[in-house]
Design a protein around this ligand. Structure first.
Ligand code: NAD
Ligand code: MG
Length: 415
């Protein structure tokens, strides 16, 4: 029985000389989140091509149950044993044979299962790193939304991709746009394929024009009210502070083997152009589309083919104009800190990411003010020397050190 992997859609197996078709088996890590739900929406549009193999959730477990009823996966993964027992009972009562697994071990198991064709890595934050790496090491097709995983462990992550021969496809709308505008052989190096620079677009978020004096008092709900995209709360705050663009700059450097100086951030408030590639002959290629993550998700799922994503066609006449402006690093200090971390390399991006995760969680909890997010990250980066990251333990040590320093900032300020 020989699976034929040339087909990106239906996987064909030869059984006793007959060609059998079965849908590709997809593990969705972070199925209850914004990206997870968009992924399942696309999967449900193409039942002949895709079947959910495993779904994971973390807090919204009644939603996870509903998703299991709808998509009948082989496995579901939850964080704790008690939650697993309760979900298992509910699944049985619903007449489903879905098996519930627990914790990081369960996530790694469904990421690497031999039956799985592709893994959507859509857990938010550092918690996604081990399961995503498990999928990489098992040679799966990786649909990477969990940018923090790549930011933390860039060199080791890309090394693991090369070693296993795993196909890595970006889900982040900007990186998916860049991927679509790159020549097929971009892995030879940007200069060898005539790329001068990457232009990474950013909406500028909800605070692009907020008077600077008001920024001190903005609330989590204001920060999460993104003008163009509907997303999880952590990435929404990152978009407001433009740390999201900073993490994306680092992500772009790893995905496309670019130097930080080759990636320029361009504020484009309409979020219609998702990014651009500037070539040495003066050509600039861009990918445009409505701001709906089902486009990059469909692009990566079906790559190199194209499938219907459910996204309505772009109405250029309704958009009418496209604007561009340079980012203001005084308004967005997180962007400056991320660029510095990108230049410093080694442990700096992992520390930046971890300090940001702690600061954003505290902001969402009402324990720190918006402008303090950047202060916390800057202090952590100043206190801790940059070290080489030779293995995954070193990555998690740098992550833990940064978290501790950020927590110390919080307790020193009585939060
Ligand atoms: P979300 O908060 O909506 O969903 C996060 C998912 O991760 C949920 O399923 C949650 O159950 C799970 N999760 C959270 N903490 C966990 C933990 N400790 N262990 C295991 N699972 C955990 O977030 P989102 O907006 O879907 O974003 C997911 C990832 O995709 C992030 O890395 C984000 O940066 C990236 N991304 C999102 C968008 C978007 O439009 N939402 C766009 C580009 C990239
Ligand atoms: Mg993005």
């Amino acid at each position: 029985r020989q699976p034929d992997r040339r087909h990106s859609g239906v996987r064909r197996s030869v059984v006793d000389g007959r060609t059998m078709s079965r849908p590709q088996q997809i593990t969705v890590l972070g199925a209850t989140g914004s990206i997870g739900l968009s992924t399942l929406d696309v999967i449900a549009r193409h039942p002949e091509r895709y079947q959910a193999f495993a779904l994971s959730g973390f807090t919204r477990l009644s939603e996870l149950l509903a998703l299991c009823v709808r998509h009948t996966p082989r496995f579901a993964v939850v964080p704790q044993a008690a939650a697993a027992r309760s979900l298992q009972d509910d699944l049985r009562a619903a007449g489903l044979s879905t098996r519930v697994l627990v914790g990081e071990e369960g996530l790694c198991q469904v990421a690497a299962d031999p039956e799985v064709d592709a893994v959507m890595a859509a857990i938010v934050g550092a918690a996604g790193l081990r399961p995503t790496l498990a999928a990489v090491e098992a040679g799966k097709k990786i649909l990477l939304a969990n940018k923090e995983a790549l930011v933390m462990s860039g060199a080791l992550f890309m090394q693991a991709v090369r070693k296993s021969g795993s196909v890595l496809l970006p889900i982040d709308s900007e990186h998916n746009a860049i991927f679509q505008c790159m020549p097929a052989d971009f892995a030879r190096g940007l200069s060898s394929v005539g790329v001068r620079r990457i232009l990474l677009t950013a909406s500028g978020g909800p605070f692009r024009q907020t008077p600077m004096a008001e920024l001190a008092h903005v609330s989590p709900d204001q920060a999460c009210a993104h003008p163009n995209w509907s997303m999880g709360r952590k990435i929404s705050v990152d978009s407001a502070s433009m740390m999201n663009k900073g993490l994306e700059l680092i992500e772009a450097c790893w995905l496309f083997d670019a130097k930080p100086s080759q990636v320029e951030v361009v504020i484009h408030p309409q979020s219609v152009i998702h990014s651009l590639v500037d070539y040495i002959d003066g050509s600039v290629l861009a990918q445009l589309g409505n701001p709906d993550m089902r486009t990059p998700i469909s692009n990566a799922l079906a790559w190199p083919e194209r499938i219907d994503s459910g996204v309505p066609p772009l109405d250029l006449f309704a958009i009418a104009r496209l604007d561009f402006q340079a980012p203001d690093e005084e308004r967005f200090p997180c962007l400056r800190l991320a660029r510095q971390a990108a230049e410093a390399g080694n442990s700096a991006p992992a520390m930046l990411n971890a300090a940001n995760e702690v600061a954003v969680a505290a902001f969402l909890d009402g324990r720190v003010r918006y402008l303090e997010i950047a202060s916390i990250i800057e202090e952590v980066l100043n206190l801790e020397p940059v070290v080489a990251l030779n293995d995954l333990d070193a990555v998690f040590t740098a992550d833990a050190k940064a978290r501790l320093l950020a927590e110390q900032w919080l307790s020193r300020h009585g939060r």
